[in-house]
Design a protein around this ligand. Sequence first.
Ligand code: CDP
Ligand code: MG
Length: 799
Amino acid sequence: QFKIKFVPILCNFGLLLKKIIKFLNLGSINYYYSNFLFIFKNATDFIFENLEQLWKVFFVFDLKGKIKMAGREKGLIQRIKNKTIKKMAQDLLPVSRHEKEIIRTVAKNQVVLIVGATGSGKTTQVPQFMLELKREQVGKSTQVICTQPRQVAATSVAERVAKEMNCSLGSTVGYQIRFERKASDNTELMYVTEGILVRWILSPEHANFKGFSIVIVDEAHERTVNTDILMALLKKRIQMSKDSNNKDMPFFRAVIMSATMDKNRFQSYFPGNPDVVDIPGRVYPVARNFLSEPVQDYVKTAAEIAYGIHSSLGNESGDILIFLTGSQEIDDCIRHIDDLKRGSQSPRELLAIKFHSHIANAKQDVFRKALSSQRKCVVATNIAETSLTIDGIVYVIDCGMSKQKLYDEAKHVDALEIRPISKASVKQRVGRAGRTKPGMSFHLYPLKNYEMLENENQPEILRVSMIYETLCMLALGIENPLEFDYIDPPSETTVARAVNMLFHLKAIDDKGKLTKEGKHLTDFPLDPRLSKALLAASKYGVVNEVLSIAAMLEIHEKLSGRSDSKDNNSDDDDNNGDDDNDNDGNGYGRRYKKGPSQNRPKNPMKIYKHCDGDHLTLLNIFNAYKHKHFQESGYYRDPNVGHLERADKIRGRLEFALLRILPEIKTSDQCDYKSRHYYPNILKALLSGYFLNVATYGYADKYWTFRLASLNDKHKVVEFLDRAKPHRSSVFGGNKVQRRPWVFFHEVVVQQTVFLRILSAIQPKWLLEVAPDYFNVEQLARDKSSVASILRDLRNASS
Ligand code: CDP
Ligand code: MG
């Protein structure tokens, strides 16, 4: 576990080990071997890996090999040798060998591209170099910003860098992600998500990157929408410096960091062909294996292969990394692994660890080194593809898929779809196995399928609806969103549709100018539709409720409790017996069922189910938490409590933002919860934002989603989009799908079937109330297309 590159002492190494054995009174050295850390006085050229591991024992030797100090605690060693350790840790990383070159290049050029293999130290080291450069150039007053596409990456890297710099997180080094900030006035290096930086640039304080001296856009190859927006904003900023001949513009640099993928694309985008620093990585060969035939259930196959590797390795070291698409698959896979483990004897324990963006607290487990009696098997989403490097991986299992955002132009819906990844992504995944020694990869699909994959990932900007982004452009004062200088501009139809939708949401007027309401919508760190619902809530006297629901929507996916059911794959579990009487169409009166008192996590969506759907169920869960029902019923150790605490915090922030934007709003103006208008009012407020996401029950447990498309000013056509099933996480989903004539939904998820996630029952006449201009019955009546039933419903409702 440690490598010695150069031994600057004059004594026999074997002799040292003997001394140690004697010192420790150990019979055999094998057990402790992997956990030794040797530090030789005055020696800085030692290389050892995995600094983060738990050292059981350490020694400090003098030059003659005499033990100077020994201890059992990591903290102590850090105190003694802090500087040396930091230096050594950094010397390990390929990026560190290019420190001078990187600093020199950025000092000279306005835009610099740093391209290097994943794990070479870009994210953790380059921002520290930039901090040095910035201090040299402008002193302490401004900040260095480093963006990340993912929240987990921003927080965990900030934590890591603070440790490397020997400061507490939130002092010199800080981070900010949505709803969470750790920083102070002294913070000079900030890790933030891309979305946060875009929002900052929208605000007057940071217009044109004011207050920032160096902006590092990391993981640029991911090409998220926000990456592309930031590129365009940076290009504009750089152009400004050029135009004013650098005289009155303050020092500003843009650094784009990317895995070895599309450097040409970025290079040709910025003016003057920016300099590139190439960081050669250390890579070992990885042998690729493909299946001969496609498999039905890749989750199960992944578990079997992982277990197979584990058993055949016996006592040999080497950790496993499995790529799947989402938390549900990850849970299923870990269950399969646990089943396989049960019947067998192996010299090591196979330790399955889940790793996806919702596992904020468990991330330490992922980075921690396995004990010598264990083998780590990390089951991850593509978060482990480039964002975060886990050391010690030798075997990679790749399902060939990932969850991708997708905008269906024909159907104009944003959806999350499980789709094949690109060859570039496969290459990244494979690369994770060859970091420390030659590795192996197992692909759960045949080679011929691999050959059919796209070469590169398509930039996300070509795959999303652009509604929020277009709103941001308008808020930035860009009058024609089509003129914005994107690397890959979205299609005109997409932008036109986005503008159209913003018009329906009344965020812009008929001249395309941002309205006051539209400005408000950009002030919330939320989807504009949810912001719109919040604004509408005050009209219905349900501000408190909608705030709670908005906060719960943030954590909804993380709510667990599925562990109580044996088989999650067969659509659903214990939904059969007792809730028939809920299906009565109004359901006022009952607030929530009290859960049974067991310590096992129960699915709160079932315990606190509201018969009118998921939104009100989420509200029930939140209220139950606030009224301490979780504690009373013995749920205080329920894993959901942590998430609910977070929801509570988010709610506080949203309330704060709402009161700042609309000080006249009275959260105390309450609709009485006993009133029969109480629940309808909450749903109407939500529907005011989501009236474009409506579906009506069809047949065979499927709902039809539809849209009204304007052909011209006079005519509207009802277009059916999809036949979709309520997702199994919904209170309407499961074995017995609930058939409500009309629902609105939060989002569409496309898997083998199309699913609606988070839905609630509505009455059609509410549509006419919340969006009278859009659901213009007169216009609809003139429409010749035969969508009789919808029209009838709507017309009956209006009469
Ligand atoms: O950005 P890039 O992929 O080039 O590398 P990095 O993220 O800076 O990672 C450099 C090293 O730091 C890797 O060996 C990681 O395993 C390690 N690291 C860690 O142990 N804990 C973190 N929270 C982040 C990085
Ligand atoms: Mg990185």
